[in-house]
Design a binder for this molecule. Structure first.
Ligand code: DGP
Length: 122
């Protein structure tokens, strides 16, 4: 099943509204497949979310049809981090499902930077 078909199984989220420009966001990058915007509750001096335009609720819903899209999102994260000047490094996080701490069910990569990240994460 393609991610597009899975759309009907996912709930409309706030990120769909950001993609459609129905609510404002500080968009820092956009291409045909992905959108990046600053997180409304930043957990680091730089906190940017990279999302696919095509709705996919969570990483664990991805399948082999999503190979190219997932690769594109990672490369987009790299590009956005570079553009944000995070030459000292950064962290890329995907929260997946309830125990992963996911709150918005539209796949997103968090790019966190501008400070030293602790490990293990909370
Ligand atoms: P997660 O917990 O991994 O599902 O992260 C969801 C993130 O989305 C969280 O860090 C806050 C952010 N967020 C939620 N609503 C909005 C919004 O309306 N605008 C923006 N820019 N970010 C949002």
């Amino acid at each position: 099943m393609s991610s597009y078909n899975r759309m009907s199984e996912t709930t409309e989220t706030i990120f769909s509204k950001i993609i459609r420009r129905e609510i404002p966001a500080n968009i820092v990058y956009e291409d045909d497949l992905a959108l990046a915007f600053t997180d409304v509750h930043p957990q680091a001096p730089v906190h940017i979310l990279v999302i696919p335009k095509q709705p996919l609720a969570k990483l664990s819903d991805a399948d082999s049809h999503d190979h190219a899209l997932l690769g594109h999102l990672l490369l987009t994260a790299k590009r956005v981090a570079q553009k944000a000047g995070l030459e000292n490094g950064y962290r890329v996080v995907i929260n997946n499902g309830n125990d992963g701490g996911q709150t918005v069910y539209h796949l997103h990569l968090h790019i966190l930077g501008g400070r030293l990240m602790a490990w293990p994460p909370g």
